[in-house]
Ligand binder design. Structure first.
Ligand code: AMP
Length: 148
């Protein structure tokens, strides 16, 4: 019997994402689950507001394309069928929750590490994803440097 049918793996596409690969794959495999990948790009306008007198759309397009390519490479390397590769623009936690709800995801996998003050185990995004999710959330401990 499989516990999870639809898994959403949230990736910031940093080097730490590599550490989630094997674990996500083995959980998906053990459950014969559908695996989707999501990367959220926070719009440049979130950071700079309306105060920048230049058109940010070209840079934003380049960021989107670059993220799409990185996600594509990740999907190829995970060695498990990937149902959806989603690059979405918006607020990270909000978009992860929305996509999980809309796709009946029953497990969200995020990385977590202890470098963000308040919470020793969960990073800020992992914490945000956990609070407000309507399904299970697995926080996989990641390390800033791969251990030998
Ligand atoms: P952080 O708390 O920002 O260090 O991120 C912890 C985890 O949250 C990462 O390992 C990812 O699983 C997830 N995450 C962070 N940023 C993003 C993003 N932009 N898109 C998707 N997932 C993310």
């Amino acid at each position: 019997m499989s516990t999870y049918k639809k898994i959403l793996l949230a990736l910031d596409l940093s080097e730490e994402s590599e550490q989630l690969k094997e674990k996500a794959k083995s959980i998906a495999e053990a459950n014969q689950a559908e695996l989707s990948l999501i990367h959220v790009i926070e719009p440049l306008s979130f950071a700079y507001g309306g105060d920048v007198p230049v058109d940010l759309s070209t840079i934003q397009d380049q960021l989107d394309a670059h993220a799409g390519q990185k996600l594509e490479n990740y999907a190829k390397e995970i060695n498990y069928p990937v149902a959806q590769q989603l690059v979405i623009t918006g607020h990270t936690e909000t978009e992860i929750h929305r996509v999980a709800d809309e796709n009946d995801v029953d497990l969200i996998i995020v990385g977590s590490h202890g470098r963000h003050g308040l919470s020793l185990l969960l990073g800020s995004t992992a914490n945000g994803v956990l609070h407000g999710a309507h399904c299970d959330v697995l926080a996989v401990r990641v390390h800033e440097e791969q251990e030998a």
